[in-house]
Design a protein around this ligand. Structure first.
Ligand code: IMP
Ligand code: MG
Length: 185
């Protein structure tokens, strides 16, 4: 695999800025759900880094669970309306306050589908916390109750977000220079 420095166009959000925003979001969520039950739901795999950091800044007792979905139909880097659950929650969310934690909302199809599906399970409330919002790319309107950053229309990686399943470990959000990135094989 390439060293990310070979294709890093720019660091969009550095580690300190990410940390500071996660602390703010955690404080906001802690205030809003004070005295209430809360369960965080991570959408694997991109949301995991963010959720693990975020939960340590939520000062309330809360549960957490994960689910995985796959979207297919429009190429590897775009998501479509076809979204399928590949790993379901192990938690019954009926009558619970659910906060979905996502890495990025792009077209909006993923979140829109997940919200629709989870709504059928009768949560008490259902909200969305997304670290990144690529607002210009939205194809379906979705509510984002907690938003880390609005970002421009560029392919980004790091802090949970991958390029072909690698580079999720990087502690910052970078923009890929697609001319310099060489996929394996
Ligand atoms: P949506 O359904 O188009 O909103 O797509 C959301 C999903 O696409 C996210 O959960 C990510 O997994 C993936 N995605 C969208 N944009 C990026 C990006 O710039 N880098 C990495 N993954 C992305
Ligand atoms: Mg994702």
């Amino acid at each position: 695999m390439q060293d990310y420095r070979e294709f890093l166009a720019e660091t969009l959000i550095d580690e300190a800025t990410l940390k500071a925003r996660v602390v703010e979001l955690g404080a906001e969520i802690s205030r809003d759900y004070a005295g209430q039950d809360l369960v965080l739901i991570c959408i694997l795999r991109g949301g995991i880094t963010f959720m693990v950091d975020l939960m340590r800044h939520i000062s309330l007792p809360h549960g957490m669970d994960c689910m995985a979905i796959s979207s297919y139909g429009v190429g590897a880097r775009a998501s479509s309306g076809n979204v399928r659950v590949t790993y379901d929650l192990q938690t019954n969310i009926a009558d619970r306050n659910v906060l979905l934690v996502e890495d990025i909302v792009d077209s909006g199809h993923t979140i829109s589908h997940v919200l629709e599906m989870l709504q059928t399970r009768s949560p008490r409330s259902l909200k969305v916390c997304a670290l990144l919002d690529k607002a210009e790319r939205r194809e379906v309107e979705v509510p984002i109750h907690y938003r880390g950053f609005v970002i421009p229309n560029a392919y980004v990686f790091g802090y949970g977000l991958d390029i072909d399943e690698y580079y999720r470990n990087l502690p910052f959000i970078g923009v890929v220079n697609l001319e310099k990135y060489k996929p394996e094989g």
